[in-house]
Design a protein around this ligand. Structure first.
Ligand code: GLP
Length: 260
């Protein structure tokens, strides 16, 4: 794992956006895995700025979002589809038909999970997967105890995640119980994974993910087995790491070929 600790959200998001931009410039048809949540908001803003002010083209982009709520339509204001539309998709030049989210509002919910996995394979797999992490160590909606080899499927949310996500709904009762989420195994097949985590509320999850045992109790910890995982965190999210000085030293002394 490469752990990058920077001063604030802006610096972290810029590094993440620069990684995305490198793939977009160097590959004709890159495939990204994309997250929702408050964490990637500034990352999306940076990419939009690069597109609008620096001529970064996203025309060749294919993307797969990590997850979606079950039982609310794509046009529901709190759906992840609406989130992506309002915070990213409507500002970029990617072809709309190449930007995918699971459809959580279908009668054939299990068929939808299989279809989504198949689509990813048909695109050649995910080149670059961006991830946030839940306060309980979840990635996408793979809550603690999720199988570390799981595929895209329906999951039941923990009460903590429903409470955490309730500000986007009128009340907690409106937060769906169920979601479709890429599995941990699906995420592990991405060729490069970039995790973003900010703030004191994530420091324990980050320390478990980076330095704790590999366990389904903290699904993010499986990323210790990933051949190319980059963890980008701000100072506040790094306070529970025991080796933060070492990670900073490694980053500050990275070879030229690793600099973007
Ligand atoms: C949500 C999403 C995750 C996200 C996480 C953290 O429930 N399904 O993909 O990474 O929880 O959210 P936030 O970035 O708002 O802290």
């Amino acid at each position: 794992m490469e752990v990058i600790i920077l001063k604030n959200i802006e610096e972290c998001s810029l590094v993440a956006a620069n990684i995305a931009a490198k793939y977009l410039r160097e590959m004709e048809q890159p495939v990204f895995g994309l997250p929702t949540g408050s964490t990637p908001l500034d990352f999306y803003r940076q990419l939009i700025r690069m597109h609008q002010e620096e001529g970064l083209s996203l025309k060749g982009l294919t993307s797969y979002n990590l997850d979606e709520y079950v039982g609310i339509g794509a046009d529901h204001p709190a759906s992840y589809s609406s989130f992506m539309e309002n915070n990213f998709f409507k500002y970029i030049d990617a072809k709309r038909e190449n930007l995918h989210l699971p459809n959580g509002n279908t009668d054939d919910i299990f068929g939808e999970c299989t279809r989504y996995e198949k689509l990813i394979v048909e695109s050649g797999g995910i080149d670059l997967q961006f991830l946030g992490v839940g306060g309980n160590g979840h990635i996408a909606f793979n809550e603690p105890s999720s199988s570390l080899s799981s595929r895209t499927r329906v999951k039941t949310l923990t009460e903590k995640t429903r409470v955490d996500n309730s500000p986007n709904f009128n009340s907690i009762d409106e937060v769906p119980m169920h979601v479709i989420t890429m599995g941990v195994g699906t995420i592990m097949e991405a060729r490069h994974v970039v995790v973003l985590a900010f703030g004191a509320g994530k420091s324990e999850a980050v320390s478990q993910m980076v330095e704790g045992p590999i366990t389904a109790s903290c699904p993010g910890s499986i990323l210790q087995m990933h051949p190319k995982a980059t963890i980008i965190i701000d100072e506040a999210a790094s306070v529970d790491l025991t080796r933060s000085e070492y990670y900073k030293w490694v980053y500050n002394n990275r070879p030229n070929w690793q600099r973007i």
